[in-house]
Design a protein around this ligand. Sequence first.
Ligand code: MUC
Ligand code: MG
Length: 367
Amino acid sequence: MKITQVEAIPFAIPYRKPLRFASGEVHAAEHVLVRVHTDDGIVGVAEAPPRPFTYGETQAGIVAVIDSIFAPQLVGLSLLDRETAHARLGRTVGNPTAKSAIDMAMWDALGRTLDVSVTELLGGFTDRMRVSHMLGFDEPAAMLAEAEKMRDNYGITTFKVKVGRRPVFLDTAVVRALREGLGDSVELYVDGNRGWTAAESARAMKEMADLDLLFAEELCPADDVLGRRWLVQQLDVPFIADESAVSPADVTREILGGSATAVSIKTARTGFTRSQRTHHLAEGLGLEVVMGNQIDGQLGSLCSVAFGAAYSLTSRRAGELSNFLDMSDDLLAEPLRISDGELTVRPGAGLGAELDPDKLRHYRQDS
Ligand code: MUC
Ligand code: MG
């Protein structure tokens, strides 16, 4: 079970349709595939999606930090030395997606070694999650048409709507069009990616008070401390901390400080090890949890569902597991399929992911 090599392979796959939101836009999945090899000939895999506008990581930076800082600290450890690996990676404060991809590839390798799925290793609650689809900025009619397509083709009935534009009416008109077009049976919530001020957020939430929203997420900057508390106190829906609560300690600070009342867990930035800690903290504090999306490819989405399905709390709400549908292609030999609004974990050991070697050869950027 000894780690012999940690590889970081950059690859790029274009999106069919860019995803736009208040803090940036994504046109191509310029991700990094991480492979952890062991002396038993096992290879664990995961992917790191750099989000420069959120965490400051870039694709080249992820490859460099893994090759030069993280890999040398892990080679020689056993896959069972999880707390030692966590402590060594934790010496570096930043680089959340680089550290998380390594962590998840180690869990995948452990599952493959023990012939147990990652979901079973983590908690084994269920084997599936309901899917929530994230709708990027566009005109109301185009966003409604996309939601209808997702409902009709995949059975998805939960939608996270990107907001945070100015004037706020641009977004409130979209949410109204979605509620009127889709009816009362769908679940809708909004994510501002810190785009509005606290006052704009309060106004927008009042305008949407009759639209039966499930949650509001990161509408305004958490650093505007008093404004954000003022906003959260007047809302009658849970307020999800996303970018403001990357680490378990951030969750404690945001929740106890009154700046959020729910939490987004993204395996792309907390891996399985730190996501477990956040999950346990959320359970102890009695918080709502949503499995979020870091604009993941299929491998990343498989990681999210593998974790989300492992626990009662994380599988209760629909997870954001569908944005890979906007990519023109992917690396998995057997593509993920969403049906009846659900995504299931892959049967088999570890994450159950097999990569297509031809696709990897085609999309990798280092050879
Ligand atoms: C989300 O939930 O915010 C967009 C930016 C980011 O950091 O994650 C995505 C989705
Ligand atoms: Mg968000």
